[in-house]
Design a protein around this ligand. Structure first.
Ligand code: FMN
Length: 217
């Protein structure tokens, strides 16, 4: 399985000077990545790419960051891999994409140590953290230099359908296969096909806001 960016959007090759730093890689578990073609547009599998914004100035990145700090997010751990290869990362970018069929999406940095594992395996789980799980969030964010399977220490995990470990004490969870990777700038948007969703602990969620973890109460 290669994780290279396919130089195509909606089946059309991008001109080298198009300025669009993007690509599309569809994945079915165990299948060869495919370029999106026009037939898949009908099934909603292909992304909509906006037209060029050449000539229009972007917002100031520091204004953008300051404004985004005020967006409160639920904190999750995205787990990837299995056995000694297991790893994962803390994320706030997970959102629902579709209920019928059940699909979710998140962004992952291409520099994340989880990226290669995710791209190679095509499976992941999303684990919603409790407000007492700040140490778990810190470990999966790599604070203190904790890497790979050592991030799983001190918690109970259960494997479900895809083989990826899921956090037993989570508020809720989703066991997923990758449906599509969309390469954008230094991140990859991951669309997940949800094989199993469940609710668990009745605890309050771990909220991230203004650069710190919060409780709802
Ligand atoms: C609150 C919080 C939210 C984060 N959200 C994301 C995210 O949505 N996507 C992402 O790629 N990294 C996110 N990160 C960064 C990752 O958790 C992690 O630090 C990064 O992937 C580097 O991990 P590595 O040590 O495994 O390379 C977030 C970090 C924190 C603390």
């Amino acid at each position: 399985m290669t994780c290279d960016v396919s130089n195509a959007v909606n089946g059309k090759e991008l001109a080298a000077d198009s300025g669009v730093m993007s690509g599309v890689l569809t994945m079915r578990a165990g299948a060869t990545p495919q370029k999106i073609d026009d037939r898949q547009l009908d099934k909603g599998a292909a992304p909509l790419i906006s037209g060029s914004t050449a000539g229009a100035a972007d917002a100031d990145p520091s204004d953008f960051k300051a404004a985004m700090r005020l967006l409160a997010g639920g904190t999750v751990v995205v787990t990837v891999g299995a056995g000694d290869e297991r790893t994962g990362f803390t994320a706030t970018s997970v959102v629902s994409l579709s209920a019928e069929p059940p699909r979710l999406m998140f962004g992952i940095s291409k520099t994340s140590s989880s990226w290669e594992v995710l791209c190679g395996s095509g499976t992941f789980a999303v684990n919603l953290l409790r407000d007492e799980d700040k140490p778990v969030a810190d470990r999966f964010a790599g604070r203190g230099g904790v890497k790979g399977k050592d991030r799983y220490a001190g918690q109970e995990w259960r494997v479900r359908k895809t083989g990826v470990p899921t956090l037993t004490g989570a508020i809720a969870g989703f066991d997923c296969e990758v449906e599509e990777f969309l390469f954008r700038y230094d991140h990859v948007i991951v669309i997940g096909r949800v094989r199993e969703a469940w609710t668990g602990s009745a605890a309050q969620p771990l909220v991230y806001w203004q650069g710190d973890y919060r409780s709802l109460e």
